[in-house]
Design a protein. Structure first.
Length: 294
């Protein structure tokens, strides 16, 4: 930790012995047993997905500056690149599913825009837990008996679990052709934003690259997220700005360069417009002040 900032631990997907298929199933008890030094309470940034269900107990989780109280029925979905920490899970029980990006192909709009934490009622939890258990049994079988392993089956079982736990409920159809096209447009835009947000700050850049006009991207993004394409892009840039300010010791000018701004002044103007707070003041409020220039 330098200047009061907590360094983020970068977590790479490293499957357990006998789990080469891009998915692994464990539980909170196993997580605690593996983490005797309690590194889970420090900020970490995985390059894989973690889907967790709280079957019993209570706890606390933090993801990208939001703190969530965990209780029976809580669902947590940590995406690759998200900065999170398990503040208190000593009393939590339930399954955790770790999987690589791409193991669950073709994420729908609902899956891509689901929150980091939400709550399942008792009926939905009673259906989700057996789905996770089934996935866990197949995973264990694949690890112990390789000739019975089926990555396709594991992928389908994971998809079924995700559909069961999503906050909007499991019933999803393809919808109308127009709705399906809108979803495809948003998915393409979202992927492009994730790849290029540090270089491209205007929706027109994405429209040109994807072959759509700006209005098409705006309509598709609003249908999927409730906000326009520009707001979606700005929020992604802002999230990364907050991560850099909170979890690194880069000076504000360095954060500006990392995010593709011409200079610290333009970055400060952007950050202040989004948050009503200058970057250095936000950093000081979150952790320690920036001592190398604003």
């Amino acid at each position: 930790m330098e200047n009061g900032h907590q360094a983020v631990r970068q977590l790479r997907y490293s499957p357990a012995v006998g789990s080469p298929h891009g998915v692994e199933v464990l539980d909170f008890a196993a997580l605690r047993a593996m983490d005797t030094h309690r590194r889970r309470v420090l900020p970490q940034r995985p390059d894989f997905h973690v889907l967790a269900l709280i079957a019993s107990g209570t706890g606390t989780h933090e993801a990208d500056f939001h703190t969530y109280r965990l209780a029976e029925g809580s669902a947590v979905w940590i995406r690759p690149g998200m900065v999170h920490r398990w503040i208190d899970i000593d009393a939590c029980d339930g399954p955790l599913v770790l999987f690589r990006p791409g193991f669950l192909p073709g994420l729908t709009t609902a899956e891509a825009t689901a929150p980091a934490c939400w709550h399942l009622d008792r009926q939905r939890l009673s259906l989700a837990l057996p789905a996770a258990e089934h996935l866990g049994r197949e995973h264990d079988t694949a690890a112990r008996t390789p000739h019975l392993a089926s990555p396709a089956l594991l992928s389908h079982l994971l998809a079924a679990l995700v559909l069961r736990v999503l906050p909007d409920g499991p019933a999803r159809t393809g919808g109308t052709p127009a709705a399906s096209r809108s979803t495809d447009v948003f998915r393409a835009y979202r992927a492009a934003v994730e790849e290029h947000f540090t270089d491209w700050h205007h929706v027109a850049d994405y429209a040109r690259a994807l072959g759509y006009d700006v209005r098409t991207l705006t309509r598709a993004t609003r249908a999927a997220t409730g906000t326009g394409a520009k707001t979606f892009l700005d929020q992604r840039i802002l999230l990364e700005a907050r991560r850099l300010l909170a979890h690194t010791d880069l000076p504000v000018a360095g954060c500006a360069r990392r995010l593709g701004f011409r200079d610290a002044g333009n970055f400060t103007t952007f950050f202040r417009r989004q948050t009503a707070t200058p970057p250095a003041a936000w950093r000081a409020a979150y952790g320690a002040p920036d001592t190398r220039g604003a």
